[in-house]
Design a protein around this ligand. Structure first.
Ligand code: SAM
Length: 170
């Protein structure tokens, strides 16, 4: 069965809406007490931030030029650039589309949770899910970025994350 869209309360989302709870819980379990400020890059309506702020007491804001966040969710209405990363303790990009490269570049300076979706990495090559992840992993390896692949328990195929830490000197 493939889920094209789903609902949380009265809010509709493309894809499996469970991704927001699943990723928020992961962040709580792995970063709580260690970090404060989180950027939800290309966060769209901001459901991830809403959960992180209300349920887990983080300071999360969406960075997304579309600026259509849910009421009460902070939004920085700008195109995300890697140079913004140092303001935050953690960068999250769930299906970040045009912000993909800047999220990847951010991994050089901040911890990043990235769940790639479409190929906004290369205009020259057609990259499916696995090839896209492999390209990003190559970038991480070339730049001394430690990472692990994590398969999150929400509906695939776009449920594989690269979770990274910047090189020690950063
Ligand atoms: C596929 S949606 C994903 C939204 C959300 N993360 C989710 O999982 O539902 C892609 C989002 O990327 C945003 N976006 C596109 N270019 C961007 C950029 N340069 N910087 C930040 N966000 C961008 C769009 O406005 C859109 O909300």
């Amino acid at each position: 069965m493939s889920t094209k869209a789903g609902k949380i309360g009265r809010h509709k989302f493309h894809g499996d809406p469970a991704r927001f709870d699943v990723v928020a819980e992961y962040i709580s379990q792995n970063y709580h007490g260690k970090i404060t400020r989180i950027a939800d890059v290309a966060g769209g309506q901001g459901m991830l931030c809403r959960i992180l702020n209300k349920k887990y007491n983080f300071e999360c804001e969406v960075v997304d030029p579309r600026s259509f966040t849910l009421v009460g969710v902070p939004n920085r209405a700008e195109e995300y650039q890697a140079e913004m990363a140092d303001y935050y303790d953690l960068i999250v990009g769930i299906h970040p589309d045009e912000a993909l490269k800047e999220v990847v570049y951010s991994a050089k300076i901040r911890p990043v949770i990235l769940i790639p979706c479409c190929n906004f990495w290369s205009k020259e090559e057609a990259l499916g899910r696995d090839a896209l992840i492999q390209k990003i992993e190559e970038f991480y390896q070339e730049n001394g970025i430690k990472y692990q692949r994590v398969t999150f328990l929400f509906q695939g195929p776009k449920n594989i994350a690269l979770i990274s830490e910047p090189p020690k000197s950063s």
